[in-house]
Design a protein around this ligand. Structure first.
Ligand code: SF4
Ligand code: SF4
Length: 360
């Protein structure tokens, strides 16, 4: 089970919209809610296009936010140009007959802590908008420790092509999976229908390199050998946490997930400290639009800690955990994964299996 964000370049969606007044032919460009997407053609009144994960507007609105808006049933503004003629349409998910999302995630990028060893804050993809704090004074983390499906995916034995999964709450399936030969970089690629997704599991982080999508995945592990049973009996303390210097993918230090997943990850709010800033940076940078300044919407909140780091009034607090490097304690500043949401999705999957709604 895991709740996590994919990395933009590995996140794709396919849309077929119905802007009825547009003739068939090649499209010059398309924007959805102001985001540039990859156009194909209009055929029989249907627009085909592909949305890449790294698409972003100048104000930080990115693919993750667009997908959440689509799954929420909100109006999506479509702008396209064909033969120098501009067209506009406003559509909702009900106007989109086919809307598929594919996501790939892997052990190289999705199970990590990131730090900065320099004397100034440095940008990193896996950090908040201002980069990673200087001199290892803070880190970001990604990965759900003991409930991480890829940690349990030993030698391609547990997750296979065709297996059913939940992607943002929708029943999907694995369309690619690593094999024993890929043991250093285990991965799965998943596809599911956006119509069936729950927007509470979707959103977008702001990073120095633009938005990153939030997606949530729960998988089933086929327990058909004793050795898999043994591998599944792990605790956070037993799951190694590689520590990376900024965007370098080679681990320089190690800790364990037991250090970064405390028993409670909930964020507390003390409204009496609020300075009523002209623009609330905690609200603006919340990846889920959970409105932390008014008390975060618990249904949406990922307990990521962004509001703690981005509030001038110290309104927010929570146990964020820490890593230890050569005896020096480095606090976690932002969690790019949500253990709470992952466990919630795990319960949903278990219920669906019990009800017979989903099977291997
Ligand atoms: S950033 Fe913090 S202090 Fe400023 S308005 Fe938002 S909650 Fe209040
Ligand atoms: S911890 Fe704060 S910033 Fe993160 S999702 Fe919750 S309310 Fe939003």
């Amino acid at each position: 089970m895991r709740h996590d964000e994919p990395h933009g370049h590995r996140f794709r969606g396919f849309f077929h919209n119905v802007p009825k007044h547009i003739p068939s032919g090649y499209v010059d460009y398309v924007k959805l809610n102001g985001l540039s997407v990859t156009p194909d053609m209009v055929r029989d009144g249907h627009l085909d296009c592909m949305i890449l994960g790294e698409s972003a507007r100048h104000d930080g609105y990115g693919t993750g936010h667009l997908y959440r808006d689509i799954a929420s049933g909100k109006n999506i503004e479509v702008e396209l140009v064909m033969d120098d003629i501009p067209y506009r349409a406003s559509v909702t998910i009900d106007d989109i007959p086919k809307a598929m999302m594919t996501v790939t995630y892997d052990t190289v990028t999705s199970i990590r802590a990131f730090i900065n060893d320099k004397s100034t804050d440095k940008p990193a993809l896996y950090s908040g908008p201002n980069g990673l704090p200087k001199n290892g004074e803070g880190c970001s983390i990604i990965g759900c420790g003991e409930i991480e499906p890829l940690f349990n995916h030993r030698g391609g034995s547990a997750l296979n092509v065709g297996d059913r999964v939940l992607l943002n709450g929708a029943i999907g399936k694995i369309i690619r999976a690593s094999t024993e030969d890929d043991d250093e970089n285990r991965f799965i690629q998943i596809m599911a229908d956006i119509h069936d997704m729950d927007p509470r599991y979707m959103g977008g982080f702001t990073t120095p390199y633009g938005p990153m999508c939030v997606i949530s995945v729960a998988t089933m592990i086929r327990v058909d050998h004793d050795h898999i049973t043994r591998e599944l009996v792990v605790s956070d303390m037993g799951v190694p946490l590689p520590i990376i210097i900024r965007d370098n993918m080679v681990p320089k230090y190690w800790d364990s997930y037991g250090s970064v997943w405390p028993p409670s990850t909930r964020i507390s709010v003390d409204r009496s400290r609020c300075l009523d800033c002209d623009e609330c940076s905690a609200d603006r940078l919340c990846p889920m639009g959970a409105g932390p300044s008014a008390g975060p919407d618990k249904d949406l909140c990922l307990s990521c800690g962004s509001c703690i780091s981005n509030c001038r009034g110290n309104v927010f607090s929570g146990n964020m955990g820490h890593i230890t490097i050569d005896g020096k304690i480095t606090p976690v500043r932002i969690r790019l994964s949500s253990r709470e949401k992952a466990e919630e999705l795990c319960e949903l999957l278990k219920t669906q299996i019990s009800n017979g709604d989903i099977a291997l």
